[in-house]
Write a protein that binds this ligand. Structure first.
Ligand code: FAD
Ligand code: NAI
Length: 478
């Protein structure tokens, strides 16, 4: 006998599990299907999706461990601290990361029980629409069928692989293998100088790998404000990451213990690189495998995304919605979560709204890179008159005390109205500092608004205020 729900959520990642919780809060009878066990020791499907299992959380755990190591190796001596013998136990570091993941994913199971959400452990696929209800099969250890008035597709994304490059997650890895190395590779190659390449490249560089990053685009971090991208490349190169931009990858050949990548460099010359491990991080593709979308009359677009209405995340089939990485927009956990909340509220008849211009981005390198709103190059292309204000962390007492004086804040404000159009930060703690800018932009604040708010002293946030003042050429400490 099939169970009937008000809302069936397909996918237990940040888009799906948050949609399920919000829908349950709104009084709906909710089920959430998740098929991936993500190496669970018992082979049981785990909630949390890419983000908690093989994405945001594990990568940040390894970044934190490797930052501790780097501080001991290179920075604590500046404070007069001498550490004679130290080493890193990679297995212990990876176990710590796995324990954090387990804690977080079981936390979601607890939230599901608390909110009386049915966790369907298995792969969901549409069967048909019958009598106003969508029917879906759940093919797990205990196969079942369910019906629902509304369905939220939150099936996320998977790593894009390059044709002819077989990822075995031992020698040639995508994000999943790269989070589980058993030892520090002496030489590490990375294809793709995007977010994953920079974050995971940084982890293993800090732990001693010689890291070479091969990037197809001639420019570095194209989505970033150019000033920030230039500063980031300079600082990351100084730390020891080696970048080859504008390359064309040729044959990638796995040996017994190493991988050789043949490529053409930016000048067109043939090159080859032999490394102990290779990470392939060239973007992600939406996940709609085996959903049987045709059964309910849904189609993906030419890039595999599920087309939706920009305001409500409704698909072309009434009653079916889609959120997160499987739809257009940035592939970010907080964007997926916000869409999950939005859809639950739309189903409840509310009128929620997401301002996609106010979604912050963070790259968790050292220094962190964070931004919200428009870049200078976007404003120039739009022909919009703006006033930039920039302030360096080198002039901030707290940053100096912390030994983290690299980077700056740049505020871009409308030349006439003073409305904040974009904020770009490269610094320690930029992931937290950017939240102030996102709030300000969401409230359509002017640079003057931030400039007039009392900020704690000494704190890194004073640099945000000084950059806001600098848009009016009245920074105080410079
Ligand atoms: P997902 O998290 O991918 O979840 C979808 C879930 O649906 C999966 O668990 C999948 O198994 C399941 N599923 C798919 N099909 C079915 C089906 N038919 N039946 C049942 N279940 C199904 N974003 C950030 O904002 N900050 C970060 O720091 C960050 N770091 C990242 C680091 C890495 C290494 C990676 C790879 C990604 C990172 N991201 C980060 C991106 C972030 O993980 C994604 O944007 C986010 O997980 C998307 O959420 P989602 O719910 O749309 O999809
Ligand atoms: P990405 O889109 O960030 O970067 C991919 C890079 O690979 C690009 O620079 C691209 O030009 C390059 N590339 C593509 N094809 C290539 C080829 N054939 N040869 C060489 N280079 C090539 O993708 P990435 O790093 O895989 O991450 C996927 C997504 O996951 C990100 O876009 C982001 O949405 C999410 N993510 C977010 C994080 C965060 O918020 N901190 C951290 C990690 C991932």
């Amino acid at each position: 006998m099939s169970q009937e729900f008000d809302v069936l959520v397909i996918g237990g990642g940040p888009g799906g599990y948050i949609a399920a919780i919000r829908a349950a809060q709104l009084g709906f009878k909710v089920a959430c299907a998740e098929s991936n066990s993500f190496d669970d020791p018992k082979g049981e499907p785990r909630l949390g999706g890419t983000c908690l299992n093989v994405g945001c959380i594990p990568s940040k755990a390894l970044l934190a461990s490797s930052e501790e190591y780097e501080n001991i190796a290179h920075h604590v001596s500046d404070h007069g601290i001498a550490v004679k013998d130290f080493s890193i136990d990679i297995a212990k570091m990876v176990k710590r990361k796995n324990d954090i993941v387990t804690k977080m994913t079981s936390g979601i199971q607890f939230l599901f029980r608390k909110n009386k959400i049915t966790f369907l452990k298995g792969h969901a696929a549409f069967i048909c629409k019958e009598g106003g209800l969508f029917k879906a099969s759940i093919s797990g250890k205990e196969p079942t069928e369910v019906t629902a008035k509304n369905v939220i597709i939150a099936t996320g994304s998977k790593a894009r692989h390059l044709p002819g490059v077989a990822v075995d997650n031992k020698l040639i890895c995508d994000n999943e293998g790269a989070l589980n190395f058993s030892q520090t590779p002496k030489k590490l190659g990375v294809i793709g100088a995007g977010v994953i390449g920079l974050e995971l490249g940084s982890v293993w560089r800090r732990l001693g790998s010689e890291v070479t990053i091969l990037e197809a685009m001639p420019s570095f971090l194209g989505a970033c404000d150019e000033g920030v991208a230039t500063e980031a490349k300079k600082l990351l190169t100084k730390q020891g990451l080696s970048f080859n931009l504008g390359v064309k990858i040729g044959e990638v050949k796995a040996g017994k213990n190493n991988v050789t990548i043949s490529y053409q460099d930016a000048a067109g010359a043939d090159q080859s690189l032999t490394v102990d491990r290779l990470i392939v991080s060239v973007g992600r593709t939406p996940n709609t495998d085996g959903l049987n979308l045709e059964a309910v009359g849904l189609k993906t677009d030419e890039r595999g995304f599920i087309p939706i209405d920009d305001h409500t995340c409704a698909t072309s089939v009434a009653g079916i919605y889609a959120v997160g990485d499987v739809v257009r927009g940035p592939m970010l956990a907080h964007k997926a979560e916000d869409e999950g909340v939005l859809v639950a509220e739309v189903i409840a008849g509310q009128k929620p709204h997401i301002d996609y211009n106010c979604i912050p981005w963070v790259i968790y390198t050292y220094p962190e890179i964070a931004w919200v709103g428009k870049t200078e190059q976007q404003l120039k292309a739009e022909g919009r008159a703006y006033k930039p204000g920039q302030f360096p962390f080198a002039a901030n007492g707290r940053a100096l005390g912390m030994g983290s004086s690299d980077g700056f804040v740049k505020v871009l404000a409308d030349a006439v109205t003073d409305e904040i159009l974009g904020v770009h930060i490269i610094s320690a703690g930029a992931s937290d500092l950017i939240a102030e800018a996102a709030v300000a932009m969401e409230f359509k604040a002017a640079a003057e608004d931030i400039a007039r708010v009392c900020h704690p002293h000494p704190s890194l946030s004073e640099v945000v205020r000084e950059a806001a003042l600098a848009t009016d050429k009245r920074a105080l400490n410079m």
